[in-house]
Design a binder for this molecule. Structure first.
Ligand code: NAD
Length: 270
């Protein structure tokens, strides 16, 4: 352990963290950054079990951290409860939860499939309520905990054709602030990271869908819809979000609570 107080305040090694939706994109980047920082991680997400388990073994070998996998469906509260049982068995105590699992559907409201509305609300919003409810008592009793919700610029701003996503991500801000107040005197910190556009599989699918919904070419969607809103005109890198997550997991972030941390190139400043 270093004697430099700045370094010890940001040291997160040995913490046990659940990351939902960590088999792809931003969540995978967050899980890797946590593992490389010495955290033990329960990786949740959908995908091919054999492939994901091989990936977990490689990540454990390259970082020396304990890495486990849960295929719990974040749309199903009973599977979220099972994931917590597994986490307590495999990790022991739970110090942090990163609520990152998310899905998207793009359509005009009048055509929006109700099944997609229900799924997006369940995965992008209700799952964070369930993980928070399941982690909270233990964190409060221990006097330390971190819940980090991956919101979006769409937690603060709307765009047409994304009604369910915008509603869920705005709702996540409400949950973040409420939980932050409830955890405040117990050493539990709850915050939301709000990325702008990050080039992940979720966004690659959106490019095609938005092109269809707006009758535009895919190049125009990138230039005129996505990066047009982002003043830097650059995609946000996964690594930037992963580093911010590691910082929020540390003691140095003790006084950051109930915050929405925008990492969107100035999108919301307009
Ligand atoms: P992605 O599609 O690459 O990854 C999504 C992850 O969620 C995958 O691991 C997938 O398996 C998992 N997932 C989906 N449905 C699930 C379910 N029912 N149960 C369990 N896991 C499930 O997407 P991404 O771009 O990395 O997005 C991650 C998060 O970041 C989402 O919450 C998204 O809203 C948010 N976000 C993304 C961007 C962006 O531009 N990519 C911008 C702002 C916010």
């Amino acid at each position: 352990m270093s004697n430099n107080p700045l370094i010890t305040a940001t040291d997160i090694s040995g913490r046990n963290v659940i990351v939902t939706g960590a088999t792809s994109g931003i969540g995978q980047g967050i899980a890797e950054a946590l593992a490389h920082s010495g955290c033990n991680v329960l990786i949740n997400g959908l995908g091919e079990r054999d492939q994901i388990e091989a990936y977990c073994r490689e990540l454990a070998a390259s970082t020396g951290s304990a890495i486990f996998y849960s295929d719990a469906d974040m749309a199903k509260p009973d599977q979220i409860e099972a994931m917590f049982l597994q986490a307590r068995e495999e990790l022991g105590s739970i110090d942090g939860v990163v609520n990152n699992a998310g899905v998207q559907h793009i359509s005009a409201i009048e055509d929006f499939p109700t099944s997609q509305w229900d799924l997006i609300l369940a995965v992008n919003l209700s799952s964070a309520f369930h993980t928070t409810r399941l982690a909270f008592a233990e964190m409060k009793a221990r006097g330390w905990g971190r819940i980090i919700n991956i919101g979006s610029a769409h937690s603060l701003m709307a765009s047409p054709f994304k009604s369910a996503y915008v509603a869920a991500k705005h709702g996540l801000f409400g949950l973040t602030k409420t939980a932050a107040l409830e955890g405040a005197e117990h050493g539990v910190r709850v915050n939301m990271i709000c990325p702008g556009y990050v080039r992940t599989p979720l966004v690659n699918n959106q490019i095609a869908d938005t092109a269809r919904a707006r009758n535009m070419s895919e190049e125009d969607v990138i230039r005129k819809v996505m990066l047009e809103a982002q003043p830097t005109k650059e995609f946000v890198e996964i690594d930037e979000i992963a580093r911010l997550t590691c910082f929020l997991m540390s003691d140095a972030a003790r006084s950051i609570n109930g915050a929405e941390l925008k990492i969107e190139g100035g999108w919301c400043a307009q």
